[in-house]
Write a protein that binds this ligand. Structure first.
Ligand code: ATP
Length: 429
């Protein structure tokens, strides 16, 4: 190895129950490996001696229960060791959940309550570490052979698919520290906006749909029923955000609510739970390692996430540029369609646009740079209740020739000609 390359290699010794917190440099990747001892990244164990490459900007921690030596190669924005972490309390929660899974598995499958594993909802303000805790709980469960279902209701910074969606996927193996949640078979509903206030009714309707589909799957699959779910939620916890949390708790029949880092939310949810004897509300400390992100950083993160969908985390995917005639594609918008003036309506009719109305959208230059969902609907009236196959990105619109150019994850025909547009846009950089 050349001198310059080796000069950036360094070793870090971690004492038991401590972690190395890293933010990878903004323009460079970082390699890291476990030299000795044992360590994990957000619940996923590191294989000894194997180099892992982390892309720029990734923020993560290497935690060790019993002590470890880590070797790093490359530049970081920050890296430091912390010995105060909430990991013991997190793993204690895991142990309780694990006991509930075992009891559910052992019970007769005819008793649907007893055979139901934990349905865990992780709540808290923005940047309290909800996604990270969800990930740890899922990885620890998967390590023990369970196949819990991960549900992500966070339309702002979701970890399953692109922003503006809610989604669920089974977790069969500890989550890869670099790649994140596997994307093979997610069940995705497209809401189309990054904040629920754009259309609260639509958000609720999609949460209901997702919960219903999962409920039907669990009824047929005792193994995933016993493994239970871990549900990540949005950081919007005031006003309507709080109302949506309560709606999600009821809809998914959550029986464990983990509240991260906010006393007020904890006490509000605890008083609500007084009337719900099956719901345990547990307060957990926020990790000091969670990195706060301002609006600009969040916007950037959303943009990277869309890029990652099409190109892969390390440019390892090659999306296809496709061409279609305007007449081949049918674009719809849910809610918010043009509002008729009161004078144009029959007497007594409500002029407020129906938030769940599905309206056709003309293909014109307004669609340039939007991200559209490809619905599984067979007819337009199924769009609201259908999940989506994936996404396309409009790169060019030729009004004269009535031709649209779009980027899709793969070549060939789209699984459906029905597309949903919201307010998600992206500028490819
Ligand atoms: P949101 O506001 O989007 O809902 P959140 O509450 O889900 O955020 P996370 O996404 O879990 O928060 O964490 C925010 C960032 O902090 C992530 O980039 C995550 O990888 C990082 N992070 C979390 N815990 C640690 C840690 N212990 N050390 C270093 N980085 C961490």
């Amino acid at each position: 190895m050349t001198g310059s390359a080796s000069s950036s290699i360094r070793q870090v010794k971690l004492e038991m129950e401590s972690e190395l917190r890293i933010e990878v440099g903004h323009d460079s990747a970082l390699r890291l490996r476990l030299l000795n001892g044992s360590a994990e990244i957000f619940g996923s164990e590191l294989a000894p001696g194997i180099w892992l490459s982390f892309p720029s900007r990734l923020k993560f921690a290497v935690f060790t229960w019993y002590g470890a030596t880590i070797e790093m190669d490359g530049s970081t924005e920050t890296d430091y060791t912390a010995d105060e972490t909430p990991m013991v309390s997190y793993v204690n929660v895991h142990a309780v959940l694990d006991g509930r899974r075992s009891r559910a598995k052992a019970s007769s499958s005819t008793d649907s309550d007893a055979s139901q594993g934990p349905r865990v909802m992780v709540v808290g303000p923005t940047d309290s570490g909800k996604s990270t805790l969800s990930r740890m709980l899922l990885s620890w469960a998967a390590k023990q052979g369970w196949k819990p279902t991960f549900v992500d209701l966070d339309i702002g910074q979701g970890s399953i698919t692109i922003p503006g969606s809610i989604a669920a996927t089974p977790i069969e193996l500890p989550i890869d520290p670099v790649e994140g949640v596997p994307l093979e078979i997610p069940l995705v509903y497209f809401y189309g906006h990054t904040t629920p206030s754009n259309n609260v009714d639509l958000y609720k309707a999609l949460v209901n749909e997702l919960a219903q589909v999962l409920e039907n799957q669990f009824a047929r699959n005792a193994e995933s029923q016993a493994a239970g779910t871990v549900i990540n939620t949005m950081g919007w916890i005031e006003g309507t955000g709080y109302e949506l949390l309560l709606h999600a708790i009821d809809t998914f029949k959550a029986n464990v609510v983990l509240v991260l880092g906010q006393e007020k939310l904890f006490s509000m949810l605890r008083s609500v739970a007084k009337n719900k004897p099956n719901v345990d509300v547990v307060k957990l400390q926020k990790s000091g390692g969670v990195v706060s992100r301002n609006a600009k950083v969040r916007q950037k993160a959303r943009s990277y996430r869309i890029r990652e969908y099409f190109y892969g985390l390390t440019n390892d995917l090659s999306p296809h540029s496709n061409i279609a005639n305007f007449s081949d594609l049918f674009v719809y918008r849910i809610g918010g369609g043009p509002q008729a003036p009161r004078s144009a309506l029959p007497i007594g009719a409500d002029p407020v646009a129906n938030p769940l109305r599905v309206t056709p959208v003309n293909i014109d230059s307004n669609l340039l740079h939007t991200v559209l969902a490809v619905s599984y609907a067979k007819e337009p009236d199924q769009i609201l209740s259908s999940n989506v196959a994936g996404f396309i990105y409009i790169t060019e619109i030729d009004i004269q020739r009535k031709v649209i150019t779009y980027l899709a994850p793969s070549a060939g025909e789209l699984p459906s000609k029905y597309l949903i547009v919201g307010t998600i846009t992206w500028l490819e950089t």
